[in-house]
Design a binder for this molecule. Structure first.
Ligand SMILES: C[S@@+](CC[C@H](N)C(=O)[O-])C[C@H]1O[C@@H](n2cnc3c(N)ncnc32)[C@H](O)[C@@H]1O
Length: 229
């Protein structure tokens, strides 16, 4: 059956593709992205996105299981950045994580996550390169699932993640691989920032691996970074 013939929750794969391509475009501001996700949440984000074709959450879930042995997961304190409707959070709950906070600027997305009771605390805000209200060394892990995109998480936010993750803790990021070249902020700043943080002994790269079918047929990239200080 052709992808466009399939229907999930009344939505076709083609609709999903054109919906996402409308909002996640070059030059979009972060406020426009937030409006877009608010509308999408009201319009049924979860139903539309659940197509069972992409690998993103499976890769994400497996990476977290590899980092945290089963008997440590219920104690690990995790912040899910760009929590959305809680899909990545739910994937973590499903493999034994229990203490999850969610940070998300689009209030309507977060309301859906709150109804599902995925997160312990929720924060309605952006993560940026500026220090947030979160104290230093709070989390064992910060997760970022599908948040690096046009108008999405700025590169500088990785500095802030280094501050709020405990030494020895992890940052796990999954994203569309091509965005590292296509989004101007990432194209200019990701490489130098990664190298600087390595040189300064603030993090080490544990995994940097492409994978197929991240979302809508696009290749994905899994990053696992360990915060050292
Ligand atoms: C594609 S959705 C992914 C949601 C969720 N992680 C999932 O896997 O379903 C991207 C989310 O990132 C959020 N986002 C965009 N920029 C952000 C930022 N600077 N800080 C935190 N969240 C951001 C958006 O509002 C949106 O809900």
């Amino acid at each position: 059956m052709a992808a466009s013939d399939e229907t999930k929750g009344g939505e076709t794969w083609e609709n999903l593709h054109s919906y996402a391509s409308k909002g996640i475009v070059p030059g979009v501001t972060r406020e426009q992205v937030t409006d877009f996700y608010n509308q999408w949440a009201i319009g049924g984000y979860d139903k539309m996105i659940h197509d069972g074709k992409d690998n993103a959450l499976e890769v994400f879930q497996q990476a977290l299981q590899d980092l945290f042995p089963a008997d440590s997961r219920d104690k690990a304190v995790v912040l899910d950045v760009g929590a959305g409707t809680g899909r990545a959070g739910q994937a973590m709950l499903d493999v034994g994580f229990k203490v999850l906070d969610g940070l998300e600027p689009a209030r309507e997305m977060l309301k859906v996550a709150e109804r599902k009771e995925v997160y312990r605390h929720t924060y309605t805000c952006y993560l940026t390169g500026q220090p947030s209200h979160i104290p230093a060394d709070t989390y064992d892990c910060v997760t970022v699932a599908g948040v690096m995109a046009h108008g999405g998480l700025p590169c500088a936010a990785f500095e802030e993640m280094c501050r709020i993750v405990k030494p020895g803790g992890y940052i796990v990021n999954i994203m569309r691989r091509a965005f590292l070249q296509e989004v101007p902020d990432y194209a200019h700043n990701w490489g130098p920032q990664r190298e600087r943080l390595e040189r300064e002994g603030r993090w080490r790269v544990v995994r940097m691996e492409p994978y197929p079918n991240h979302f809508m047929g696009h290749e994905g990239l899994l990053m696992v970074l360990q915060v050292l200080q």
